[in-house]
Design a protein around this ligand. Structure first.
Ligand code: AHG
Ligand code: MN
Ligand code: MN
Length: 339
């Protein structure tokens, strides 16, 4: 039977949306396409990971001192290669590289954009066949075109993001992104290798029913977070409590589930990690932009994530993200019980 609905591909969708930006010359369109192409290659490798000898540690440590997996390295190389080849991006900040990668060739130096990226998020979950992801953020450069990008081009607050998105390599592979006019999700049809619009205008459900936090860290949490967890577990039909607890350990997968089902994700500061674990530039800011565009909120407990001024490329931040009311409730608890 012929479907009544025409499939809309990611490429078609991005080009159609270009008219919303009167001065757009297609640069952002080409950037998003480059990211989607690299994501498909990474997806193919992840799917084959069980078949070939690509799992396991590569023997190097990344800037965070965490052991890198082979797939982290592979994904990093793919995104860098895809972006270096175009003429739109002049520099990248990646979780896997201590310093920015500045593209110093005559084409890239004319690029107006820079990208912050976590090429593979949740990589400790790979062996367990659990969903992992890629997270990215796009900014307009601060320096003049004509030379490679500089660190100051990347040290911008999240409010300056031009676009942000993530790819989730899950039971199906999806790309979800925003350019500040809502959030749209595309599912990869693996038989033809095309991302198709499957989740238009994504919004958090009004009512949250899930809380996601690594409760193994409980003893290191401050009183506000402990009290909020207790609140989540109390019985109150009006607010659908007790909430369901769900935690995968991949920010992308936890955030994506909570966006679809309605839930809050918390990675607070702990007594062991006073700034939390997640990285502001390429983990917190991109999901914060998406959350706000989906009617939600993202905060570090006090300050809006996207207003935080970054000082270093790999700086960390506590993260409370989800439906607006849920995040505001957490902030109330932190205010009441901390200090
Ligand atoms: P990455 O694999 O890029 O280093 O990120 C892992 C992050 C994030 O995806 C997840 O939310 C968090 O680490 C989980 O941390 P815990 O294992 O401490 O819960
Ligand atoms: Mn990550
Ligand atoms: Mn990573």
């Amino acid at each position: 039977m012929v479907s009544r609905f025409k499939i809309k591909t990611l490429t078609e969708f991005i080009i159609e949306r270009q008219y919303e930006y009167p001065h757009a010359k297609g640069a952002l369109t080409r950037l998003l396409n480059d990211i989607a192409t690299a994501a498909k290659i990474v997806n193919r490798e992840i799917n084959a990971a069980g078949l070939v000898d690509i799992l396991g540690y590569k023997g190097k440590k990344n800037i965070q001192g965490e052991a890198q997996k082979k797939l982290d390295v592979f994904a990093n190389e793919q995104f860098i290669a895809a972006l270096k080849g175009g003429a739109e991006c002049c520099a990248i900040a990646s979780e896997e590289n201590e310093k920015i990668i500045s593209f110093e060739n005559e084409f890239s130096e004319m690029g107006k954009y820079v990208i912050a990226i976590d090429p593979l998020d949740g990589s400790s979950n790979i062996e367990a066949n659990v969903s992992i992801g890629t997270i990215f953020s796009i900014y307009r450069r601060k320096t003049e075109v004509g030379e490679g990008g500089k660190v100051i081009d990347l040290l911008q607050p999240g409010v300056n993001q031009v676009a942000a998105g993530y790819v989730i390599y899950g039971s199906s592979t999806m790309l979800v992104y925003t350019t500040g006019k809502g959030v749209n999700g595309f599912t990869l049809d693996p038989s033809v290798g095309i991302f198709c619009l499957s989740h238009p205008k994504m919004m958090f459900p009004d009512k949250g029913i899930i809380y996601s936090i690594n409760e193994g860290n409980y003893i290191y949490f401050d009183e506000g977070v402990k009290q909020y967890i207790k609140y989540c577990q109390e019985d109150d039909k009006k607010t659908s409590r007790p909430y369901t607890s769900r935690y995968i350990g991949s920010l992308v997968a936890d955030f994506h589930r909570n966006l679809i089902r309605g839930g809050i994700f918390l990675y607070p500061a702990t007594s062991k990690a006073p700034s939390g674990k997640l990285r502001l530039l390429y983990e917190c800011n991109p999901v914060a932009f998406i959350a706000e565009q989906a009617g939600g909120k993202a905060s570090d407990g006090i300050t809006r994530i996207m207003e935080k001024e970054p000082e270093t490329l790999h700086q960390r931040s506590p993260l409370f993200i989800g439906p607006k009311l849920m995040v505001e409730k957490t902030e109330e608890f932190l205010k009441k019980y901390n200090n």
